[in-house]
Ligand binder design. Sequence first.
Ligand code: ZN
Length: 142
Amino acid sequence: MADQKNHFQPLYDEKQKLLGIVISPELWMAIEKEANPIFDAALATLTGKSPETVEEVPEPMKNFEQFKEYWDFAYELPYDVHCDQCGQQTENWLEDEPRKFRLRNANLGGLLCFTCMKCNASVAKKHFKKHVAVECTPRKTS
Ligand SMILES: [Zn+2]
């Protein structure tokens, strides 16, 4: 093909300082799938942040401590969590290392929200005076 178009072009400022490399949309389309993880890894090295630590929100342990403090139901606070979507379960989510379920939210109204680390489903445990209602919703696909 006698295509004169430059697929790969260095870009300089007026002082001949290299600003970056421009690649054509066609070239990008051809390599995007393979290049993306390489870019992510390289960016993590350049910025000193791994992609996981950027996205991972810490568990709201303070809220959970409060939750425990205000606990006044007749039964012991249960620590077991179960995922209806993938069957993952634990007797005590706090003791799992690494976590099988991550605490996402704890509120004094009696609600504990977890994320299943296996399938990303959301597990909500609603604590009532005499029982616990568990709701499991599959991961939102956006
Ligand atoms: Zn699951």
